[in-house]
Design a binder for this molecule. Structure first.
Ligand SMILES: *Cc1c(COP(=O)(O)O)cnc(C)c1O
Length: 401
């Protein structure tokens, strides 16, 4: 184990910032009243939830009554898809999404396919971008819902959400976006962007885990996923996760306030890291460069090596990173996102995702750039693919002589 600890996996999850924790704490030990009760302490918790709802609404350009708290991003994604599908099935059975969505979307779509719905999975280009015109062409008179993520969690691509929202509005089809990677990190205005439903999760912007929200535009018909008490205006039952909701609201308020300066800082560190890494021979950047990429995302493939072994060696140097995404590591399949941008299996296997955040300093980036080339070389020296490549090179130059 190294003494150093450099955390470069902020897209998998983040820590709770101290200001957020301080606001949450009293709701774990002092103000524990059930918001549905009538005594004074309950009133205090009810007000805290109300303030958090107000903060989320403000951050998204929504109204307070359009924000519904959930138990995280996956729940909100499932709710959006299944809730819209079942509430509107008299109007059609077709859903449009993309090949690069998070598994919370893809696996919910597969569930819907097993229950009589039809799903179109749109392809993306080599940078991971969805073509809005492809969305238009995929819409039929049976289409209920289009779900396209705001920003991809693996390769950082920012999708043309506003253009897609515009097309959906014209065609009178509902538009959901999984904005878990974007909320608190990119400017969002649900009204301006024609978004009908939007998913967010607190732990991706320095709030607590296990709490998220679904924005549902006023007037949209949606079924509940969790039935029970009358919480969240009868749409999502269960005693509220008060401390979690308070943390979500505070974390989002902070993230929005810090966004302009923080994004500038992160984009500069990101570009320095990309520049340094792509100097390593046989290395490619996955996803776009510049403004179409999330400021904290770096994703590269080192040819001839295996992502998992890379992660272990990085860990031994104190660097926490991921290959593909947190949800796919542990499986031997290459990332569905890297395959969708057209990478062959053997290259997709050698991917590394480094996601920067508020704790990341320039010294961290320098350290990564100092140790990574040696690690990549060490792994290549052990790789049969690399030996084959060197042999092929030698043969080719032999013939040339
Ligand atoms: C993390 C993530 C989710 C899942 O959110 P949870 O809060 O972990 O359930 C969904 N979509 C995207 C794009 C994510 O990055």
């Amino acid at each position: 184990m190294s003494d150093k600890h450099i955390y470069l996996d902020h897209s998998a999850t983040t820590y709770i910032k101290p200001q957020v924790f301080d606001e949450m704490l009293p709701y774990l030990n002092t103000y524990y009243g059930n918001p549905s009760s009538i005594y004074a302490m309950s009133h205090k918790t009810e007000q805290a939830i109300d303030q958090a709802r107000e903060r989320v609404a403000l951050a998204l350009g929504a109204e307070k009554a359009e924000i519904f708290f959930t138990g995280g991003g996956s729940e909100a994604d499932n709710w959006a898809l299944k809730g819209i599908a079942f509430a509107n099935k008299h109007r059609g059975n077709h859903i449009i999404t993309t090949k690069i969505e998070h598994h919370a979307i893809l696996h919910a779509c597969e569930f819907l396919e097993r229950n009589g719905f039809e799903v179109t999975y749109l392809p993306v280009d080599a940078e991971g971008l969805v073509d809005p015109e492809a969305v238009r062409q995929a819409i039929t008179d049976k289409t209920l819902l289009v779900s396209v993520m705001f920003a991809n969690n693996e390769i950082g691509t920012i999708e043309p959400v506003k253009a897609i929202g515009q097309i959906c509005r014209e065609k009178k089809v509902l538009f959901h976006t999984d904005a878990v990677q974007a909320v608190g990190h990119a400017p969002i205005d649900v009204k301006d962007m024609n978004i009908d439903l939007l998913t967010l999760a607190a732990h991706k912007f320095y709030g607590p885990k296990g709490v998220g929200a679904l924005y549902i535009r006023r007037g949209v018909k949606i079924d509940s996923l969790i039935h029970g008490g009358g919480q969240e205006r009868g749409k999502r039952a269960g005693t509220e996760n008060i401390a979690g909701i308070v943390g979500l609201g505070k974390a989002l308020e902070l993230a929005v306030a810090e966004m302009p300066a923080e994004n500038k800082r992160l984009a500069a560190l990101r570009d320095k890291l990309i520049k340094g890494l792509t100097r390593i021979p046989h290395t490619r950047l996955n996803g776009p460069a510049g403004d179409k990429r999330m400021p904290g995302n770096v994703n590269v493939c080192f040819q001839f090596i295996e992502g998992e072994s890379l992660l272990l060696l990085l860990d031994s140097k104190g660097i926490s990173a991921s290959s593909g995404s947190a949800c796919t590591s542990g499986s031997l399949d290459p990332s569905h996102v890297l395959l969708a941008i057209g990478l062959p299996h053997e290259i997709a296997h050698g991917s590394l995702r480094l996601t920067l955040g508020s704790s990341t300093t320039e010294a961290d980036i320098d350290y990564v750039l100092e140790v990574l080339p040696g690690i990549v070389q060490r792994l290549r020296d052990m790789s049969p693919l690399w030996k084959n490549y060197l042999q092929a090179q030698a043969n080719a130059s032999g013939h040339a002589v």
